[in-house]
Every structure is written in structure tokens, then in C-alpha cells.
Design a protein around this ligand. Structure first.
Ligand code: S3P
Length: 173
């Protein structure tokens, strides 16, 4: 049995703007697996957009949604799961990801992150409201080692999503 069969799911983690959703979709097409995005599942389950959850219920309520959704998604198999950038903050989530899948962390330098998050979807990320560069700098610092638990890491800075997906496939166990 090769690693692709041995791993129940592929879980894609990383900071906002590393391209998790796009790369996950490409990976799912390549492998013929289902694609799941925990942010999208949270919006469906909560019945409101992420900025509204933060605004009306607070970050910790969002994190509760995130943990519940992640656990539900990971109870199934043969999926590529794109997670929100903060899904790794709770130890229980990290354990569940490693238990139920093979975890790949996407990274990018600050300039690439900034370029990507200030595009069309600016405003969709409540944690970057205000001065996005200042927020990214602070969050990158506080999450410096947050993604170290992953089974593999792929830098996305100078790569297209297709090149990143290819690098992930090459790194599969
Ligand atoms: C968050 C990242 C977002 C989303 C929420 C919080 C974070 O997802 O889950 O705004 O804490 O890093 P993306 O990483 O897909 O932008």
C-alpha cells in the first residue's frame, strides 16, 4: 500500500494567503478525492459569513465552530481538506489532523502574503482588518511555530498553485 492509500485525508494548513484553498482543489482533482474547505463548512453551519461570526459572536465562538467542523470533516476519508489559518491553534485540532490525515503546511514570504490578501477578497478576513501589513507582521510573529507540526512543508512564494500542488504530490509518503 502506498502512502496515498495509507493516509486517510490530506490536510492543508498554513497562514492566510498561502493558497490553501486553490492548492487543495487542484490536489483533489489530481487524486480524485473530495475537496473540503473548513471555512466554507463553518459558513454553512453557522448560517453567516466569517466576518459576521467574529463581529457578533467573537473569535472564540468562531474557533469553537472551527473545531466542530474540522472534527466532522475528518471523520470521513479520501478528502483534501483546506483549513483556516488559525485551525492549528488548538492542540486538539492539531492532534486530530495528524491522526486522521497527512498534514502539509504551505508557507510564503510576507510580501507574497500581503499581495495575495489585499486582492479581491480584502475584507473577508477579520483578523487583517485595518492595516493588513501590521496585522500580518504581528500574526506571523505570534504563529511563528504554529505550523511546524505538519508532516511536510512547501514554500509557495515563487510558485503557481499548480506548481505547489505538484510539489505536494512529490512529497506524499
Ligand atoms: C483565520 C484564517 C481565515 C479564517 C478566519 C481566521 C486565521 O482562513 O478561518 O478569518 O485565524 O488565520 P484563511 O486562512 O483561509 O484565510
Amino acid at each position: 500500500m502506498n502512502g496515498r492509500e495509507a493516509s486517510r485525508n490530506i490536510v492543508v494548513v498554513g497562514f492566510m494567503g498561502t493558497g490553501k484553498s486553490t492548492v487543495s482543489r487542484l490536489l483533489s482533482e489530481h487524486l480524485g478525492w473530495d475537496s473540503k474547505d473548513t471555512d466554507e463548512e463553518i459558513v454553512k453551519a453557522a448560517g453567516k459569513a466569517i466576518p459576521r461570526i467574529f463581529e457578533e459572536d467573537g473569535e472564540s465562538a468562531f474557533r469553537d465552530w472551527e473545531s466542530r467542523v474540522l472534527q466532522g470533516v475528518l471523520s470521513r476519508e479520501r478528502q483534501v481538506v483546506a483549513t483556516g489559518g488559525g485551525a492549528v491553534l488548538r492542540e486538539g485540532n492539531r492532534e486530530e489532523m495528524l491522526r486522521r490525515g497527512w498534514v502539509v503546511a504551505l508557507t510564503a514570504d510576507k510580501a507574497s502574503l500581503l499581495r495575495r490578501v489585499t486582492g479581491a477578497e480584502a475584507g473577508a478576513r477579520p483578523l487583517l482588518a485595518g492595516d493588513a501589513e501590521e496585522r500580518i507582521t504581528a500574526l506571523l510573529e505570534s504563529r511563528r511555530h504554529a505550523y511546524d507540526f505538519a508532516n511536510a512543508t512547501v514554500d509557495t512564494s515563487d510558485r503557481t498553485p499548480a506548481e505547489v500542488a505538484e510539489a505536494v504530490v512529490r512529497g506524499l509518503p
